[in-house]
Design a protein around this ligand. Structure first.
Ligand SMILES: *Cc1c(COP(=O)(O)O)cnc(C)c1O
Length: 386
């Protein structure tokens, strides 16, 4: 068999593991994986140093001045989201505006509703970006809105939202701005000083670590004011911060391997050239993929100026021979794991362009797709609907 995976970066005996062309977990470097071949004590001085360096490194990467804190939370990205919403969003008398254009916006609004916190929503469907003007109009129409929740890259479609303009409009009206930069941080520029009070992201996206924890960057005065606000003992960011500050330790068992791997991943992120280089590699991945897919006849959901470099959404072809399950399995067999679509309206599938993957991998997946289409006898690649 043609071994696409000959530059395989994993442990011996797993050479048939596919590249993860998904929005996380994603393909990581061998050196990141190698750090996990050790057992770290969570109270060791060395481990506490690793945690302290991660926290400071994240603050630096986000352009934070001395007025911000970094709180790490065990669990996937949604744990940090629920922690932030529960710690900082008003319980009564004021409201959080969620700007939604996909599943992650819907989820944030659902969490607030479950917590019984007042919520308003701008819903753009799942393939249109909100504008700063719309947000300004919503804020002007409802003076009870005090907090704004916005998503940087909505991974549902891959669309990149104009968060800087939105933050500017919100700050001009005295609102607190909270951003879900889960799938963009480390690849797309973000400077907390541009008007962001809170930012959440996680270990297994553009920094190229493994899953296991998430983190919140937040203005210290907002964190201090959140004492007693959380609905949850585990997700209480103030208490988590107090614990980390007191002795550099977590209140509850930390994912030691994931933290040590992330420490290495941050080092590799800096060595690659930081955000411009990481974002540049992903942009090249995305350009090669989109160009190749269009040359075959596929249509993208988004126009080129909307689609970010994180994940690309392709519309399901109308050809009756196209079967996504078979398509997925055949690509998986050739060394590439892609992702089903998550859109509510249009049938689609997604291919992630992040992780430790490069132009060679993108060329490889394009070749595999052409082979699989020929095998499935798919010829009409025009979209199923629309
Ligand atoms: C990945 C992601 C999340 C978090 O998802 P988890 O499955 O909890 O890690 C949240 N928001 C966005 C935009 C994401 O891409």
């Amino acid at each position: 068999m043609d071994k696409m995976n000959s530059r395989f970066d994993g442990p011996p005996g797993q050479e048939d593991m596919p590249y993860l062309l998904t929005p996380g977990p994603l393909t990581t470097s061998r050196s990141v994986k190698a750090t996990m071949l050790a057992d770290w004590g969570s109270r060791d001085i060395e481990f506490r140093r690793v945690v302290a360096e991660i926290r400071q490194g994240l603050l630096d990467l986000a352009g934070c001045d001395g007025s911000y804190e970094c709180v790490i939370m065990q669990g996937s990205g949604t744990f940090a989201i629920e922690a932030a919403l529960g710690s900082f969003c008003p319980r009564a008398d004021a409201k959080t505006l969620v700007i939604a254009n996909g599943a992650y916006g819907d989820r944030a609004a659902a969490i607030l509703a479950r917590l019984g916190r007042p919520v308003a929503k701008i819903d753009k469907g799942d393939s249109a970006a909100p504008s700063a003007e719309e947000v300004a109009a919503a804020l002007d129409a409802d003076a009870t809105i005090s907090h704004v929740w916005v998503i940087h890259c909505e991974t549902t479609s891959g669309i990149v939202n104009p968060i800087a303009e939105i933050a500017h409009a919100a700050k001009a009206r005295g609102k607190l701005v909270m951003v879900d930069a889960m799938s963009s941080f480390g690849a797309l520029p973000l400077d907390m000083k541009d008007g962001y009070d809170v930012m959440v992201s996680s270990s297994n996206k553009c920094i190229e670590g493994v899953p296991g924890f998430s983190y919140v960057l937040v203005k210290r005065d907002m964190l201090v004011a959140s004492k007693g606000m959380s609905h949850s003992v585990v997700l209480d960011l103030y208490e988590q911060w107090k614990g980390l500050e007191a002795n550099g330790q977590f209140r509850f068992t930390p994912p030691t391997h994931a933290l040590v791997a992330f420490h290495q991943a941050m080092k590799e992120h800096a060595e690659e050239g930081g955000v411009p280089a990481r974002g540049g590699r992903y942009r090249r991945n995305a350009d090669i993929l989109i160009r190749g897919m269009r040359a075959m006849g596929f249509a993208t959901l988004l126009s080129d100026n909307e689609a970010g470099p994180i994940i690309q959404t392709f519309l399901t072809p109308r050809d009756p021979n196209f079967d996504f399950e078979q398509f997925y399995e055949e690509l998986r067999r050739r060394g590439f794991a892609i992702y089903p679509g998550k859109l509510t309206k249009r049938p689609s599938f997604r291919i992630g362009t992040i992780g430790k993957v490069d132009e060679k991998v993108m060329t490889g997946v394009l070749k595999a797709i052409a082979e699989v289409l020929a095998e499935m006898r798919v010829t009409d690649l025009s979209p199923l609907e629309g």
